[in-house]
Design a binder for this molecule. Structure first.
Ligand code: PLP
Length: 397
């Protein structure tokens, strides 16, 4: 019934999966029949604290009952609290934040910031470099920055302001960044593009090229931020410090929010009227995000993410030894991809769902795992049992 209503009334941009969930608690999602499934996808790397976390629910309810919106003509305290928290967890004393509504609008803002920076140096310093197989969003500017040409085709012509280079070739990055480039935009682990950690040499080359050409290094932390890789931000698992990061997804554990955090000269690029959005810094979503940061801190969830990551990857190693369908794994922290030896990831996704485990297929031969940072060892054990059954079923089919 729900699927019929969806077909009739909602534009068909999503290939929906079968379950219709009505409730979530921690790592568990319940459908209308009360059937429970373990959510190891976390709303696409969003529910870092699991579903319906009490601290987030309380922050949202309290703020919604107090003040829901004023517009950016007026200051509100939750937004300032969140900006302070983001400065603390980036470790950037001089950080400044622009609040957006999602990942695409955070990246859109960062691209505008970079162009503003570039144009203050030279009129034609407006191009950006991105990496093949990257994903940065679906607005026109971020679609073009997304290094997946199959997603471009239906919407061409695009603006032609992006140069996309191989994701694993430091020399290609060095060569691509010219005086006409105002930024390099990249992910520390490509999420949608296949859970692929960036090679340290590529990251170092991007930093050096940006320094040499007075361009900004922007790290898209929409998927890797907020503890997902075991540190607050993905760049903190590397040797490289960007000028700008973009955030969304887990920032408010499921409420729509995005943010651009910049430090150094990049923090002061935007002036009045350069960028704006009606809902940016909304008190309810900002209060939720403050609760997320405070909970990650008080429950030491960065440490938990590292420990749970080890538990999960050990289980993947064991599966790779024992199961013909499993070749290995890649990723970092709690953003992991199980590599299959056959192009059967969609079948594994479906069989896992039938066995009570939500994960997702990325392409034909990779299954993505992004469980909450709060996931327990017992839940990991249950998930591995369900996954093993699913793999057995697909192998036998
Ligand atoms: N950047 C990255 C790395 C993402 O993974 C995503 C979404 O998957 C986005 C940007 C776009 O975020 P949103 O869907 O919130 O616009």
């Amino acid at each position: 019934m729900a699927h019929q209503r969806d077909d009739a009334r909602v534009m068909g941009t999503y290939a929906r999966r079968r379950p219709v969930f009505v409730r979530g608690q921690g790592t568990v999602l319940f459908d209308a029949d009360g059937e429970a499934r373990l959510d190891f996808l976390g709303g696409l790397a969003v529910n870092a604290l699991g579903h319906s976390h009490p601290e987030v629910a309380k922050a949202v309810c309290d703020q919604a009952a107090t003040l829901q919106h004023t517009s950016n003509l007026f200051l509100t305290e939750p937004m300032l609290d969140l900006a302070d928290r983001l400065a603390e967890v980036t470790g950037w004393d001089d950080a400044k934040v622009f609040f957006a509504n999602c990942g695409a609008t955070a990246n859109e803002a960062a691209i505008k910031l970079a162009r503003r920076h570039g144009k203050s140096i030279a009129a034609d310093k407006v191009r950006i470099v991105t990496l093949d197989r990257s994903f940065h969003g679906r607005t026109m500017a971020t679609l073009e920055a997304t290094g997946q040409t199959e997603k471009h085709a239906p919407f061409e012509p695009l603006m032609g302001y992006v140069d996309t280079v191989a994701h694993d070739d430091p020399d290609a990055v060095t060569a691509a960044v010219t005086d006409q480039h105002c930024a390099v935009l990249l992910e520390v682990v490509q999420g949608e593009g296949g859970v692929r950690p960036i090679e340290p040499g590529v990251l170092a080359a991007a930093r050096a090229a940006c320094d040499a050409r007075d361009a900004l290094l922007i790290v898209d932390e929409v998927q890797t931020g907020m503890g997902r890789l075991g540190e607050w931000f993905g760049f903190q698992t590397t040797e490289v410090v960007p000028d700008v990061i973009t955030l969304a997804k887990a920032l408010a554990n499921g409420l729509p929010i995005g943010a651009v955090v910049a430090h150094g000269p990049a923090a002061d690029v935007f002036g009045p009227g350069d960028h704006a959005t009606t809902f940016g810094g909304n008190p309810v979503t900002a209060a939720a995000a403050v609760a997320v940061i405070d909970t990650i801190r008080s429950q030491r969830l960065l440490d938990a993410a590292k420990v749970r990551s080890q538990r999960l990857t050990s289980a993947f190693d064991e599966l790779a030894r024992r199961h013909d369908l499993v070749g290995g794994w890649r990723g970092r922290g709690l953003l992991l991809g199980l590599e299959l030896t056959q192009p059967c990831a969609p079948q594994v996704e479906r069989a896992a769902e039938d066995n009570g485990l939500i994960v997702n297929a990325v392409g034909d031969d990779l299954v993505r795992f992004a469980p909450p940072l709060t996931v327990s060892n017992a839940e990991i054990a249950t998930a591995i049992t369900a996954l093993t059954t699913a793999l057995d079923e697909v192998a036998a089919a």
